[in-house]
Design a protein around this ligand. Sequence first.
Ligand code: FAD
Length: 395
Amino acid sequence: GSAHVVVVGGGFGGATAARYLKARAPQVRVTLIEPAQRFYTCPFSNLVLAGLRSFESIGHSYDGLRKAGIEVIHARADNVDTSARRVLLSSGQALSYDKLVLSPGIDMRWGALEGYDEATSQLAPHAWKAGPQTLLLKKQIDAMPDGGKFVMVIPANPFRCPPGPYERAAMVAHYFKQHKPKSKILLLDNKDAFSKQGLFLQGFKALYGDMIEWVKQSDDGQVARVDAKRLEVETSFGTKHQADVLNVIPPQKAGFIADRAGVTDASGWVPVKPDSFESTLVSNVYVLGDATQAAPMPKSGFSANTQGKVAAAVIAAQLAGQAAPAAAFANTCYSLIGTNYGISVAGVYRTDAGKLIEVAGSGGVSPADADAGFRKAEAEYGAAWYKSISTDIWD
Ligand code: FAD
């Protein structure tokens, strides 16, 4: 019969790979495994916190993928037998595959930060997977009194969406400025530098004055312990901070199914061949997105989308007995600091001697000191990006 490709994870990487593979190779049977009936994107979830978007506006169904001829099964993949080439689902069903694509995103390293586990994330939400956690954090922000303190704990690299914490700080500040102007935002960071740092700090000051304080790791920003019941954190220097709303973004690793498939290394992430995103450890298993070690590409939805297209092209070529096309990748991460104030970082990537490299001069960050018209245009590009990538993947 025809070849069967099983894709685990209907997020940015997996849904892209399924859709583009089916479009390139309509004769191939493509099955997508995703527990959620509706996928809520992390991109623009910070705008939900700001009150600039509704929660429903960041949700997407799988109708578009079904219409494209993909079989979508709402279940969790619990195990993979890579020698028998079989995936075991939470429903008890077992699926055989010729090629397997994994794009499971991240799992939290519960317990890596003392006092922070799945149970305490109900008191101090991470909101680093969109869904109930986003709504919980929003509810806490809405209930916070004016003059309260929002404390965010930010992990060391690598983690999902390097500019995400700082966009979140700005979006929470946007909400506070309108509704709770005496409130403060404290960012306790486990590193000394971050993505688009100069642009973010300039934007924070311009729009929110001294509402947002960023404490870098070497200035006592590293949190060592979380007391979620008391909404208190303690740094490794022993300083205690009391919060009214505590947002803890913990250290992360590849989604657990990557471990079960045997494709992770000691780092907890997945090494891949950069020209195909096939696992370096297990053949016929392709891994995309946040789960992978794809530096210098950031862990972003845009990266996962472009990696999904490359993997789909490679798999289609292999199944047809053809040579794989040359790989090229792109990424742009837009961040919104205020309604009319956007910034971005962009890059184009290709492989060189078996390594993923950023093409020299291909991207970079928005200019410093740009005028209001430039920042407004980038805010509009960000909204247009969201609409176009959502349409590309799900809608
Ligand atoms: P995901 O999109 O998370 O998809 C993984 C899917 O796999 C999930 O649906 C999950 O249910 C499913 N899954 C996991 N395990 C299993 C299993 N065992 N069986 C079946 N299904 C499984 N990126 C941008 O490009 N632009 C942005 O503006 C942006 N903003 C962000 C803001 C925030 C606050 C955050 C947290 C992230 C942001 N990102 C942004 C990053 C982006 O969300 C991720 O990089 C992207 O989701 C990665 O895609 P993925 O396919 O690896 O994982």
